[in-house]
Design a protein around this ligand. Structure first.
Ligand SMILES: [Fe+2]
Ligand SMILES: [Fe+2]
Length: 285
């Protein structure tokens, strides 16, 4: 895969943001649990003990396991039962969902917070369904990349709420791409911030590239089509108002061409996703 292209200002981000310091305090437990879930040497007891260190994570997992979304027929009251019921792959996606929700909770404006949460879930579900149906990548990777594609924005908002509000205002006023305004106001964009976070967490190349190139998927289209899926559903989510910005009509021709699909197919999938996310959003509010 290509190196991140010159336009990216990784050095500037590193100077201004200490990715590890800026994360919520419970992130350490979460990352350790992710490590255990990826390792062939760990067992359920190790995983359970690590999760139990974080009460709200434990509650989040139990709530998820008992939700209509995962369809448990009997009540799941212990963490061990939840872990075996959900399986390691689902657990990894649930941990990342928990992380994203926690970080987005730092957005002070409740309407913006909910819209960005819906945006992230919408793109995550779309990426999972598409990765699977079109055999683009592992659906778990698709979900995580979709979920985290704008994680750089969440981090920027957490750290520089006021400054980011001016990016939102400017984007709504000029109706131009938000990355242009980020570049002007910060000197870098949410793409670099998200990419550095994914790199620090040793995420796969598919995920890191999904994050880095989701506003310019053609650059890596011969290597991975995941950024095109993310870009397509990022735009469709924004048109529906699931976004930090005011809804506007977006051009999706480039994404449709990369993915070799028609507009009606993309829209048909959108209804499928909508039904699933309504159920999911209800669960976490
Ligand atoms: Fe983005
Ligand atoms: Fe987005």
């Amino acid at each position: 895969m290509k190196k991140p292209y010159k336009e990216f200002s990784l050095d500037k981000v590193i100077k201004e943001i200490d990715i590890k310091e800026e994360l919520p305090s419970n992130t350490k437990i979460l990352l350790e649990t992710m490590g255990l879930l990826r390792s062939s040497k760990s067992n359920i007891r190790d995983i359970k003990e690590r999760i139990l260190l974080d009460e709200s994570l434990t509650f989040f997992i139990l709530k998820t396991a008992n939700s209509a979304y995962y369809g448990a027929v009997q009540e799941i009251s212990t963490l061990s039962h939840a872990i075996t019921f959900l399986g390691y792959s689902n657990l990894r996606t649930i941990l990342m969902t928990y992380f994203t929700k926690n970080l987005l909770n730092k957005i002070k404006d409740p309407k913006l917070q909910l819209n960005q949460w819906r945006h992230s879930i919408f793109v995550a579900f779309a990426s999972r369904i598409f990765s699977n149906d079109y055999d683009i990548c592992d659906p778990e990777e698709g979900y995580i990349a979709g979920l985290l594609h704008d994680i750089g924005k969440a981090l920027l908002i957490k750290e520089f709420q006021e400054r980011y509000m001016s990016v939102i205002e400017k984007t709504n006023a000029l109706k131009n791409p938000s990355v242009e305004n980020e570049k002007e106001i910060f000197g870098y964009t949410h793409l670099e911030v998200g990419y550095l976070l994914a790199k620090a967490w040793k995420m796969s190349k598919t995920i890191t590239y999904g994050i880095l190139y989701h506003h310019n998927p053609k650059i890596v289209k011969s290597e991975t089509k995941l950024p095109a899926i993310i870009s397509l559903y990022d735009k469709l989510a924004s048109e529906k108002g699931y976004s930090l910005y005011a809804p506007r009509k977006e051009n999706i021709e480039e994404e449709l061409e990369i993915l070799s699909i028609g507009e009606s197919e993309a829209e048909r999938k959108m209804y499928e996703i909508q039904e699933e996310i309504d159920e999911f959003i209800k669960l976490y509010g």
